[in-house]
Write a protein of this length. Structure first.
Length: 369
């Protein structure tokens, strides 16, 4: 039996390995083989489009398994195509980091098995006393950079400060639930840092997350918020760079993660069982480590550490962050939410609105959605 697997472009390398990457599965389960195809996520001919059309007119065209990011799985789940995993893979989540084992209702952690993730952290060169604090960064005189012009990055940055103050993102039903008092305090933190001249002058105009790393390497910033995927992709350039959690007011290390998960689409019991065996196999530490390295992402279970090509110190820091990473709930990833939070932060950084006014306007916009 051949299992047909669709992966998002993040895992294109798996389809380009000429089968070598998948031979171990056939060796472990004689009679089964896997065939991987890369599918764009959205747009005509993309994964969501093809799955939507095939369900009605060509169900035999459907894949047995998909590997895609949270937001993609949520759209596919809305089509009614994903199979419940409790019976097929009852223990698959047990080895995962605690925060990934159970998600909010409707989140990818309940629709599939989290396999890879990415999250923001801090890269810096200036000698500092750990753990890093905003006070220490301000006192160092170094310049701090983050993608304040990128909606998703800016919203995530603000929410990390909000979470560090003890805020909740969603309620027990997965509905958006932001505390106005704590959002104001988070915005006040950024206003205070801006008043102290902590941020690099061009921060407000940085509208692509990858540009922050370029600024850092060019010496235009001493502290830079980057993603774990950037760190993995530039491992050779880390010789003069240290890594840390992004500072929070109360010193609590945390981060927000985007995850990619395996989900089963196969409709017959025989193919569902075969698909489940593949997920169990690819979740083996050795396999997961190779797949995540190829995608430049971070594994979702500690047994897949240490990370290849990183120093023991850097790999350990990423492990510490992965253990406290909080999957970003679906309700927070809505474009209207990211846009409102980004606008609030931009207005505060530019001195256009006081933190209280900016927070109130953002929450009003969010409630109107």
């Amino acid at each position: 039996m051949t299992l047909y697997i669709w992966v998002s472009p993040d895992f294109a390398f798996a389809a380009q390995s000429n089968g070598a990457l998948l031979q171990g599965f056939t060796d472990a389960y004689p009679g089964l083989r896997a065939q991987v195809s890369v599918k764009e996520v959205f747009g005509k001919g993309g994964m969501v489009d093809l799955l939507s059309g095939a369900r009605a007119v060509a169900p035999s065209y459907l894949p047995d398994l998909i590997l895609a990011a949270d937001e993609t799985l949520e759209q596919i789940a809305a089509l009614g195509l994903l199979q419940p995993l409790d019976a097929l893979l009852p223990a698959a989540r047990d080895p995962l980091f605690v925060n990934l084992r159970v998600g909010a209702p409707g989140d990818a952690a309940r629709l599939g098995v989290p396999f890879a993730m990415d999250f923001p952290l801090l890269a810096y060169r200036t000698p500092m006393t750990l753990p890093l604090s905003w006070e220490g960064i301000a006192a160092s005189g170094g310049r701090y950079a983050f993608a304040a012009g990128d909606e998703d990055s800016a919203a995530q940055t603000l929410l990390i400060q909000y979470l560090g103050l003890g805020g909740a993102l969603v309620d027990a039903e997965g509905r958006l639930s932001l505390d106005s008092r704590l959002l104001i305090r988070a915005l006040e933190t950024y206003r205070g840092l801006a008043d102290q001249g902590v941020f690099a002058s061009q921060v407000a105009s940085v509208d692509k997350a990858d540009e922050v790393w370029d600024m850092f390497r060019a010496g235009e910033a001493d502290f830079a918020e980057v993603r774990a995927s950037v760190v993995r992709g530039h491992a050779a350039a880390l010789t003069d760079t240290a890594l840390s959690a992004i500072p929070t007011v109360n010193g609590q290390p945390l981060t927000l993660a985007r995850t990619w998960s395996w989900a089963i689409v196969a409709s017959t019991p025989e193919r569902q069982q075969a698909a489940a065996r593949f997920v169990e196999w690819v979740l083996g530490p050795a396999q997961q480590s190779v797949w995540c390295e190829g995608a430049g992402l971070v594994p979702t279970q500690p047994s897949a550490w240490p990370l290849a090509r990183l120093s023991a110190t850097d790999s350990a820091i990423l492990l510490d962050l992965a253990q406290v990473a909080i999957p970003c709930p679906a309700a927070i990833r809505m474009p209207a939410v990211s846009s409102a939070l980004h606008t609030a932060l931009a207005q505060v950084l530019k001195g256009q609105l006081a933190p209280r006014q900016a927070a109130e306007q953002a929450l009003t916009k969010i409630r109107q959605q």
